[in-house]
Design a binder for this molecule. Structure first.
Ligand SMILES: [Zn+2]
Length: 164
C-alpha cells in the first residue's frame, strides 16, 4: 500500500515512462528541457528546483542535484550543503507567496521500498495548510488543488529571484 508513505510517488509512474529520456531518468531529461514547460523555478550548475506536476498539496516543490545521484552517500558535502540551503530558500519563497501554516520536507531513498518511483535523489517540500490534515491518508489521489499548477507556477516564478 503506497499510502503508508508520507511522500508516495505512485502517480509518478506514468510520467516516468512518458518523459524518460535517452538517459533513462525522467529528472535528467526534464533538467535539460525548457524551464517553463517543465515547471522549473530555478536551475544552476549544481541543482534544480521544479514543481511536482502531481502535487500532494498546493505549491509542492522538488529540489534535486543535476548530477544523477541515487543515495545521500554519493553526494559531495558541497552538494548536500547547496541542496539544503536551497530547501531553506524554497521554504522562504513558499512562505512569502502561499503563506502555508507548516511544511513537510522529505526524501525517499531506496526505490520501491521507500516509495520512490524515480531513483534520482530529490527532496520534497510540501506546504501544509490548516484544514488539509488527513488528505494524504484519505483523498490523496483525488485532492482538488484550489489553484491550477500553472497559476501557482506563475506566482512562484515571479518571486523566483529569491532562489538565486
Ligand atoms: Zn537522473
Amino acid at each position: 500500500m503506497h499510502k503508508k508513505y508520507l511522500f508516495s510517488e505512485s502517480r509518478m509512474a506514468w510520467i516516468n515512462n512518458k518523459y524518460r529520456g535517452a538517459s533513462g531518468c525522467v529528472f535528467c531529461s526534464l533538467a535539460k528541457g525548457d524551464m517553463d514547460e517543465n515547471k522549473i523555478l530555478h536551475r544552476d550548475k549544481e541543482l534544480l528546483v521544479l514543481m511536482n506536476i502531481f502535487p500532494y498539496n498546493t505549491g509542492h516543490l522538488q529540489v534535486l542535484p543535476l548530477r544523477h545521484v541515487k543515495t545521500f552517500e554519493e553526494l559531495t558535502d558541497k552538494e548536500v550543503a547547496s541542496l539544503f540551503v536551497m530547501v531553506k530558500k524554497c521554504v522562504r519563497l513558499l512562505s512569502k507567496v502561499l503563506k502555508p501554516d507548516g511544511f513537510n520536507i522529505g526524501v525517499n531513498i531506496g526505490g520501491d521500498v521507500a516509495g520512490a518511483s524515480i531513483s534520482h535523489l530529490h527532496i520534497h517540500i510540501v506546504p501544509r495548510f490548516r484544514g488539509d490534515i488527513g488528505f494524504m491518508e484519505s483523498v490523496a489521489d483525488t485532492k482538488v488543488v484550489p489553484q491550477t499548477l500553472e497559476q501557482i507556477f506563475r506566482k512562484l516564478k515571479k518571486e523566483a529571484g529569491m532562489l538565486k
